[in-house]
Every structure is written in C-alpha cells, then in structure tokens.
Design a protein around this ligand. Structure first.
Ligand code: BTN
Length: 259
C-alpha cells in the first residue's frame, strides 16, 4: 500500500521539521489515513509517525460522517502521538490540532481561516468549510487526522454546498507539499506543548484563532439552545442558557446564524 515519499514532500518535511523529520508513510490511494495510522500504532510505530495520502476511498469525518477525499484535491494526513498526558487531555489536543492547522494554513498560504468549535477550519462570513480534524485515541496512542480542501473537486452535493478550498479562496495554486509539512511541524509542536502541560496557552491560542463572531453567537446542541460564550481550560464550549452557563463537550453544535 505504501510507496516512496514523493521527493518534493520529503524536501518540504526536512525544511519544516529540521534535523529530525518524522517517519512518513505515503500512499497514492488509501482507505483512511487515520485507520492506517491506527494499524501502525498497534504494530508499535513510534510517536511522530505520519501517514499521508493523495486520495482516500474511505475517509472518515467527525460524528460518523464520511470525508470526501478525491485524488490530488486535498491534504489527507494523520499524525500519531503517544502519551498518557495526551490521552488525558482530549480537549486541548483537539483544539490545539485546530490551531496548529489554522496557523500552518496562514503561514504557508497567507489565508487566515477561522476555527468553528471544536476545530473545523472555516472561511468568510458564511463559515464555508475548508478543513476538518478527526482526533481518535487508541490505548495510549492519539491519532490526529487532518483533511484540507486544496483544489475545487467533485464532492457530494451536501459537501459542495458548504465547503470551500484554498485555491478557490486565493485565486492561485498553492504548494501542497509545503502546506503538508507546515501542518506536520505545527502538530508536532502543539502536541509537545500539551504533553508538557502547557494547555492554557493552547486554549488561549484557540480563542485567538476562532472564527469572528463566534462568541455571542446563538447555538443549538444535542439537548438545548443558547449563546456561545467561551471555551474552558479543558476545551469544552461554554454556552449560556436562561442565564446559566453550561459546558458542551462533544457532538454536533449548530451555529444558528448559519441556518
Ligand atoms: C471532520 O469531520 O471535520 C473531520 C474530518 C477529518 C478528515 C481527515 S482526512 C485525513 C484523516 N483520515 C480520515 O479518515 N479522516 C481524517
């Protein structure tokens, strides 16, 4: 399934990650990079292992959804991390992965995406989705899967309606290898910070990267409606309902101004 890492990608990873570039497994076509990373984790692959694919045939999104992953149209990668402190901090890992990816997009392309809690990358007033992150724990391994739309592509109609891609937003081609490498370097850095217990700065960075207008927006979640106010130290969304503050930790949150 895996083939040699394309030269351009290998070069970009060395440039972004310095003397110790990660062990990368590359596939032209794969089911899901998260599933492949989980299998590698099971087989004892070290922390920092990365799986990158040009196309996924069974890409997975949050909440059991699929992730449309046509060939050459996006970035599909999974980063394998290990450690009890990461497993114990799913919120900071999840939100931190979002900030690392948003920061990498900005640094590599000049476009500044916003984050929609917990870690969708969105663009513009309509919050069109540019990318998403699927974080999964397997024992003491944590797999962070990142999907970014890079070029316009034939997605299913529901995706087409609410998605965007980097090249459409920027009106020019981007260097996919450089962006892939920037995301990998950013994930490595943010996960090291969570592991070192520096979660407060990760959450603070999330607030800075959040999509404009998120705080104060009306939201609906599994069992209620209210106003988004903040995120807490564990990465939960703090909402206000009838004057009382509540934590929302998982599941679907619909932002009502988008309806
Ligand atoms: C979301 O629902 O927003 C999360 C999407 C995550 C997609 C990425 S693509 C690479 C990795 N492999 C997968 O199967 N999913 C993630």
């Amino acid at each position: 399934m895996f083939t040699a890492v394309p030269e351009g990608l290998a070069r970009a990873l060395t440039a972004a990650c310095g003397a110790t570039p990660p062990a990368v497994h590359y596939a032209e076509t794969i089911g899901s990079t998260n599933d492949a990373a989980a299998a590698l984790a099971e087989a004892g692959a070290p922390a920092g292992t990365v799986v990158v694919a040009d196309q996924q045939t069974a890409g997975r999104g949050r909440l059991g959804r699929s992730w449309s992953s046509p060939p050459g149209a996006g970035i599909y990668l999974s980063y394998l991390a290990r450690g009890a402190r990461l497993v114990a901090a799913p919120g900071p890992v999840t939100l931190g992965a979002g900030t690392a990816t948003a920061d990498a997009v900005r640094a590599a392309t000049g476009l500044t995406p916003g984050l929609k809690w917990p870690n969708d990358l969105v663009v513009g007033a309509a919050w069109r989705k540019l990318g998403g992150i699927l974080t999964e724990a397997h024992g003491e391994a944590v797999i962070v899967g990142v999907g970014l739309n890079v070029t316009p592509a034939a997605h299913p109609a529901d995706v087409q309606q609410r998605a965007t891609d980097l090249e459409s937003e920027l009106g020019r081609a981007i260097d996919r290898d450089a962006l892939t490498a920037a995301v990998v370097a950013g994930l490595r850095d943010v996960l090291a910070r969570v592991e070192a217990g520096r979660t407060a700065e990760v959450i603070e960075r999330w607030r800075a990267c959040a999509a404009p207008g998120w705080a104060g927006a009306a939201v609906r979640w599994a069992d209620g409606e209210g106003i988004a106010r903040d995120v807490d130290a564990d990465g939960a969304l703090i909402v206000e309902r009838e004057g009382r503050r509540e934590r929302v930790v998982a599941g679907e949150v619909a932002w009502r101004h988008l309806r």
